[in-house]
Design a protein around this ligand. Structure first.
Ligand SMILES: Nc1nc2c(c(=O)[nH]1)N[C@H]1C(S)=C(S)[C@@H](COP(=O)(O)OP(=O)(O)OC[C@H]3O[C@@H](n4cnc5c(=O)[nH]c(N)nc54)[C@H](O)[C@@H]3O)O[C@H]1N2
Ligand SMILES: Nc1nc2c(c(=O)[nH]1)N[C@H]1C(S)=C(S)[C@@H](COP(=O)(O)OP(=O)(O)OC[C@H]3O[C@@H](n4cnc5c(=O)[nH]c(N)nc54)[C@H](O)[C@@H]3O)O[C@H]1N2
Ligand code: SF4
Ligand SMILES: [Mo]
Length: 867
């Protein structure tokens, strides 16, 4: 039996057909993906096992029943509110909660506890877009649809690595471009990425050069007569001051040459159908909201908004970033796109909820919320579906702040996370496939997530966990939901009741769904007004949400460059991992694309630091440090570094990059500037290196230790500043204290040691130690685990009759390695299609096609990974 549901990862929101046996297919009927899936979506079946799952509530590490856990959480929150007031408690949620979960959490905090200290990881993600939309449009509206990307003649991708982060949307664009080769794509990103490969033009902008660039564009539009006066006169305020500010800006501060600027400006000015897509290179900045408005200004000035193939388009990161905004899940929002600051809005929401109170003012935004934790102002904290001890800047400071809160609850699906390790109470949430509800994707499309697996152990859906606590706190009637459909109907009815305020968000047409209709609900784009189909796009004919119905252009000035440290540290994502890896980290084929925490560094900078390829680099912010594998590449500029955000303390020793990211925040949105760390870098002087393949889970320890799943268990890359005194003891600490026997082979000439651990006649671990980086075929060592092959052969790192080493995975869907591809190229495959024909690479999701193309280019940059 298969079930139609929605992928739990990115904001593209692809439809998935899933079966309990783990078979996953793209849903050909779903309007987000029409059957396509990316590598992460395709590997979902490998992530639904129960390994590492939290299956019972725990208090102080001891399993307890739900009644006890619920009563304790309710009592501690109630006591804090009684003794210190409602502002002394806080929820920290996530764009990965379903709309129903999110709605209930927000209602409890804002209407019943009566404070607004509920913020979410969307503060790290979409807050600048929300704030920019509200400034320009009067509400948080994404005007366009995915089809606009296919219909555009020019797509400008600003601060977006779409090829890796929204791969199916990227595939849709690639297909559209193939069908209409005249379509142009510009990619604006300080570093060259996989996304740059599809682009006709890559502009390597200076970090935070975006306001200067788009102010320059606005000035160019005005001087070349491209302003749509009729649209501006009828629908836009603030044109003159915005233009004056644009004229006062030096476009050269974008870091681009006059030629580059001229080319880009004339493309944008001369193309009516232009969509400007933006993501974290825009949002995660101390000028993030201004960047959003600088982009929106240009679309408003030309009236290129809300019509087919044109408009500003903020792509959302998480599967339900948009749903969270609809329920008002951020500290400065109210439900249904209403405003906390508006007394009429507050009164209406309170009346609808029939609640004893309603928050009067915005609550603490994420960074400030954890500062308040550090200062002892928060007495009870509940973290739901997010991992702030990894994902917030100053991750160690945040971990210390959480540890400082007298009572912390974490709802998660996993037993061990860096945040869960700091909690007093762990509550087991039902995960993807086990729970049911709705999510809204980047184009405002609401899709059902449906359960297709039994709920394991004592896990419960988040809406239920929160409602039960609310009931014990004394509000049983207001939280007596019996199903997600119940919650959804109330959420839709709230939007109906708020129609007198004439907001964009209106799903009154869904307020009376029966349970059966909710179960069967097809993906639908809002608005869904009660009287029938709503508009597909917004603002072609004005109709903005400021009181006078007009949009606002903002006068903006480019940020003055901040004093820089030795290096500018930019951060982001890998193709095959999702955030803190709690789920994608389970799939071996996703782990091998980029198996270690790394830092991209310009080859000249690397040479100056004495860093060879694959040597280790220490980054420091002066207080904390991270040790990362160096990846010299001219994809990054001199003085710039790029590191992925994914590695946690569970998966690496010293690999958490946010330990060294001390970010300022955007003054309007409160979003931290996660792309703007300032660090020093130096060579890590390793005295020894190691590689471990193991059947058992590995505990990361020592200076450098990066662990990943393999087909036979686990692997770890190791290094340290002082040689291990006792190799056997090291092995025991890495894999637990193994029973069985250990055999050791040492080579005094090279100083290498090879340890094999045998259990029940099989190899259960192999550890290689060397004073130099370990030279061996990782895949052969991994393949030997679990085999009873002769110890001698395995110890040599090569199994008898071994297959050729496939090398690091390039195509995760079809499990094709770099070496396979190199062999195919040597055998004559000269195009991406030919590589696909002979190896299968790139024939499923296609997300690796840019990397395949890169392999075919002459002399690619030296790299740990394929690109
Ligand atoms: N594989 C994968 N996909 C994901 C996720 C994941 O974890 N893994 N997470 C999802 C989530 S929650 C999100 S928010 C999205 C994020 O999706 P993206 O925003 O596309 O991804 P990032 O890698 O964070 O950053 C995008 C780019 O911004 C660039 N950048 C840095 N500074 C600047 C600047 O000053 N100006 C400009 N113009 N560009 C700059 C970076 O070099 C980077 O390439 O991805 C979603 N999709
Ligand atoms: N340096 C740097 N830092 C960044 C970013 C960056 O670009 N650079 N990006 C930022 C952005 S945009 C984002 S969105 C954040 C993401 O960062 P986080 O939200 O902290 O990362 P996740 O790993 O997605 O955390 C989700 C958690 O929820 C758990 N979980 C999964 N399903 C469920 C469920 O159904 N219920 C419950 N209760 N729990 C569940 C998972 O096991 C996991 O522990 O990171 C931010 N941090
Ligand atoms: S693009 Fe990939 S990660 Fe994003 S929703 Fe689709 S399948 Fe999931
Ligand atoms: Mo995000």
């Amino acid at each position: 039996m298969s079930t139609c549901t929605t992928c739990p990862y990115c904001g593209v929101g692809c439809g998935v057909i899933a079966s309990p046996d783990g078979t996953i297919k793209g849903d050909a009927q779903h309007p987000a993906n029409f059957g396509r899936l990316c590598s992460k979506g395709s590997a979902l079946g490998e992530t639904i096992d129960l390994e590492g799952r939290l299956l019972a509530p725990t208090v102080g590490g001891i399993e307890v029943g739900w009644d006890e856990a619920t009563a304790l959480v309710a009592r501690k929150f109630s006591e804090a509110i009684r003794d210190y007031g409602p502002e002394s408690v806080a929820f920290y949620g996530s764009g990965q909660l379903l709309t129903e979960d999110y709605y209930v959490a927000n209602k409890l905090m804002k209407g019943f506890i009566g404070a607004a200290n509920i913020d979410t990881n969307s503060r790290l993600c979409m807050a600048s877009s929300v704030a920019g939309h509200k400034r320009a449009f009067g509400t948080d509206t994404v005007p366009g649809t995915y089809e606009d990307l296919e219909e555009a003649d020019l797509i400008v991708l600003v601060g977006s690595n779409l090829a890796w982060c929204h791969p199916v949307l990227h595939q849709r664009i690639a297909a559209a471009k193939e069908a209409r080769p005249e379509m142009r794509i510009v990619n604006i990103d300080p570093r060259r990425t996989a996304t740059s490969q599809l682009a006709d033009l890559h502009l390597s902008i200076a970090p935070d050069g975006d306001v200067a660039l788009f102010n320059g564009l606005l000035a160019h539009l005005a001087t070349t007569g491209r302003v749509n006066r009729a649209y501006v006169d009828a629908h836009v305020n603030g044109f003159e001051p915005a233009l004056a500010a644009a004229y006062a800006t030096e476009a050269a501060e974008s870091g681009l040459s006059a030629d580059e600027l001229a080319i880009f400006y004339s493309m944008w000015a001369g193309t009516e159908k232009v969509v400007t897509v933006y993501s974290q290179g825009v949002n995660q900045s101390s000028s993030g909201t201004d960047k959003v408005n600088a982009i929106v200004n240009c679309h408003l000035a030309t009236g290129r908004i809300g019509r087919a193939g044109m408009g500003p388009f903020s792509v959302t990161g998480q599967p339900n970033a948009m749903g969270g905004r609809e329920v008002g899940g951020l500290a400065n929002m109210l439900a249904s796109h209403l405003d906390i600051e508006n007394a009429d809005h507050r009164a209406a929401v309170q009346a609808f909820w029939n609640s004893p109170t309603i928050c009067e003012a915005p609550g603490l935004k994420a960074v400030d919320l954890f500062k308040a934790c550090a200062e002892g102002k928060i007495k009870a904290l509940w973290v739901m579906s997010t991992n702030p001890a990894v994902s917030l800047p100053d991750a160690q400071g945040v971990a210390d702040a959480i540890a400082n809160v007298p009572f912390t609850v974490v709802s998660d699906i996993m037993v061990r996370t860096d945040t869960g390790d700091l909690a007093d109470v762990l509550l087991p949430a039902a995960g993807w496939g086990e729970k049911s509800g709705t999510v809204t994707n980047s184009e405002r499309r609401i899709s059902r997530q449906r359960a297709f697996l039994p709920v394991p152990g004592q896990a419960r859906p988040d809406w239920k966990i929160i409602s039960d606590v609310a009931a014990v706190m004394g509000w049983a009637d207001a939280f007596d939901y019996t199903s997600p459909a119940d919650v959804f109907r109330e959420h839709a009815a709230l939007s109906a009741a708020m129609r007198p305020f004439k907001r964009d968000f209106d799903i009154s047409g869904l307020a009376t769904l029966s349970d059966a209709e909710y179960d069967a609900m097809a993906p639908v784009q809002w608005p869904v007004p009660a009287e029938g189909k709503g508009q597909t796009r917004f603002f072609a004919d004005g109709g903005f949400y400021h009181p006078d119905g007009k949009a606002r252009m903002l006068p903006l000035s480019a940020p003055t460059a901040l004093p820089s440290g030795q290096f500018h540290l930019n951060t982001g994502r890998n193709r095959d991992q999702w955030h803190t890896m709690t789920r994608t980290g389970k799939a071996p084929r996703l782990g091998t694309h980029l198996a270690e925490p790394y830092v991209e560094i310009h080859p000249n900078d690397a040479a100056e630091l004495g860093l060879g390829t694959a040597e280790l680099c220490v980054l420091s912010d002066g207080q904390n440090s991270a040790i990362l594998r160096s990846l010299p590449t001219d994809r990054v500029a001199r003085g710039a570094l790029f590191a992925p955000m994914h590695w946690t303390r569970q998966r690496a020793a010293n690999g958490t990059v946010n330990a060294v990211v001390q970010a300022g925040t955007d003054p309007v949105s409160g979003q931290p500037a996660l792309k703007f760390g300032r660090v020093t870098a130096s060579r890590f002087e390793a005295r020894w290196y190691g590689f471990l393949a193991s059947a058992q889970a590995v505990t990361p320890l020592g200076d450098y230790c990066a662990i990943a799943r393999t087909d036979t268990g686990w692997q770890a890359e190791l290094a340290g500043a002082s040689a291990p005194a006792d190799a056997e003891a090291l092995l025991a600490r890495l894999v637990g204290t193994p029973t069985g026997s250990i055999s050791i082979a040492s080579d005094a000439a090279t100083g290498t040691q090879r340890l094999a651990h045998h259990l029940d006649g099989r190899l259960s671990a192999l550890l290689f130690l060397s004073p130099e980086p370990v030279q061996l075929s990782r895949s052969h060592a991994i393949a030997a685990i679990g085999q009873d092959s002769p110890a001698g052969a395995a110890l040599a790192g090569r199994a008898a009759g071994a297959q050729a080493d496939p090398g690091p995975t390039v195509c995760a869907c079809m499990s094709v390695g770099l070496n396979d591809l190199k062999r195919a190229i040597a055998d004559g495959a000269a195009t991406v299609e030919a590589l696909g024909d002979c190896t299968g690479a790139g024939t499923n999701c296609g997300a690796c096609k840019p990397e395949l193309q890169g392999l075919l280019l002459p002399a690619p940059t030296p790299a740990v990974a394929a690109e």
